[in-house]
Design a protein around this ligand. Structure first.
Ligand SMILES: Cc1ncc(COP(=O)(O)O)c(C=O)c1O
Length: 407
């Protein structure tokens, strides 16, 4: 009953179709085991995974230090609520704070959307503590093609109508501005505005890098109007881009940052990280999460950070990004399907002139797992410890599939 690997893939798929809510589009593949950047299905088919855990598997599958830390912790203390102190949570707060440039203090939760919900509340608390002429400030500016999560607050912040369809009305107080347009942000700020929330590099929106001067300009606007600059680093955080946090490429400090996905190397964990002076607005009674910062997740996160540091993976992530770019840019000369290659460390987008779904399907048939976002952007979020050998193997498959594709 408790062993997940006794059934065939077809049996599992049939069972899932009968008993699970069908809200996901799934490939007919049942994965049972993973090691690094390789996963296997129930029948032993091997897949090279360039999208491990939708960005959660920053160290690939079952990284040794994380497995050992979780094994040790699970037999010691799995979960206690936040009415008590635990060493792993305190140490994780310290480890994150030391890696920020703003002495960030942490609140822990379980996912990206939950982290953003808390950040939205924090912005409103800030607006109450620092009101405008009309009273508490509450409006938050977000960017077109952003993605902040699926719960109602984070979804309202997500400036993509397709995700709102069917569950309107959205939470009031979010103003959407064209991504990259600093003047539009300046014109949108009014007396009720309290914060700007954005991903330093948009992920789901198509791996969109910020235009030159954009993040710096937003920081200046926030300083001028006493707004919080809030970076959603759920996808870009924890070393993925070659720095601990994506915004560090531009030297622009946020007031608040959210983390999740890779934070605990594949174990559920999220965080709000706020600078001193803002962090204190989350007082007892304002916010909480029962599972947030549990010892298991925090030990996994500490082991993830330790691995990234001990194995020099920030540098490795940069190298991986450079090599992907080299290969895909060279391919662009031979392959008219590629419009643009955008990469920062292990966050890679290959924009095509055609729909990407058939390419993803053909890669799957060849044993390579990748993703497509915004119809035309192939998205790769490979592990930071991907070996040269597997990197070249995956690029070879992608190259062959792209070259063979006829429109
Ligand atoms: C930038 C960003 N923020 C928030 C989220 C939501 O995270 P979660 O699915 O853990 O709620 C995602 C998920 O893809 C994301 O990419």
């Amino acid at each position: 009953m408790s062993t997940a690997t006794t059934l065939s893939s077809q049996d599992v798929i049939a069972l899932a179709k009968q008993h699970l809510i069908g809200n996901y589009t799934r490939y007919p593949v049942c994965l049972v085991r993973g090691e690094g950047s390789v996963v296997w299905d129930a029948e032993g088919t091997r897949y090279l995974d360039f999208f491990p855990g939708w960005g959660c598997g920053i160290l690939g599958h079952c990284p040794t230090r994380v497995v050992e830390a979780v094994r040790d912790q699970v037999a010691t203390l799995i979960h206690v609520p936040n009415t008590w102190y635990t060493e792993p949570q305190a140490l994780l707060g310290q480890a994150i704070g030391e890696r920020t440039d703003f002495a960030g203090k942490s609140f822990f939760c379980n996912s990206g959307t939950e982290a953003n919900e808390g950040a939205i509340k924090l912005a409103r608390l800030y607006g109450k503590a620092n009101p405008g002429p009309n009273g508490p400030r509450y409006k938050i500016i977000t960017m077109t093609n952003s993605f902040h999560g699926r719960t109602m607050g984070a979804l309202s912040a997500t400036a993509q109508p397709k995700y709102h369809a069917g569950v309107e009305p959205m939470l009031p107080g979010f103003l959407y501005v064209a991504h990259g347009d600093l003047d539009a942000v300046a014109q949108t700020i009014d007396k009720d505005t309290v914060a700007i929330l954005l991903e330093p590099i948009q992920g789901e929106g198509g791996v969109n890098l910020p235009p030159t001067g954009y993040l710096e300009g937003l920081r200046a606007l926030c300083d001028q109007h006493k707004l919080l600059l809030m970076f959603d680093e759920v996808q870009t955080g924890m070393g993925r881009t070659g720095k601990w946090f994506g915004h560090q490429h531009w030297g622009v400090q946020p007031d608040v940052m959210t983390l999740a996905k890779a934070l605990a190397g594949g174990v559920a964990c999220g965080a709000i990280v706020a600078k001193p002076g803002v962090a204190e607005l989350l007082k007892p009674g304002t916010h909480a999460a029962t599972f947030g910062g549990n010892p298991l997740a925090c030990r996994a996160a500490l082991a993830t950070i330790e691995t990234i540091e001990a194995d020099g993976l920030l540098e490795r992530a940069e190298r991986i990004g450079e090599r992907f770019s080299e290969r895909m840019t060279a391919l662009q000369d031979k392959c008219p399907l590629i419009r643009e290659v955008r990469a920062r460390g292990c966050m890679i987008g290959i924009e095509l002139v055609v729909e990407g779904a058939p390419i993803v399907q053909k890669c799957l048939e060849r044993g390579l797992l990748i993703n497509v976002t915004h119809q035309t952007v192939l998205r790769l979020l490979p592990a930071m410890n991907l070996s040269d050998e597997l990197l070249e193997e995956g690029c070879d498959i992608l190259e062959e599939v792209l070259l063979a594709h006829t429109v």
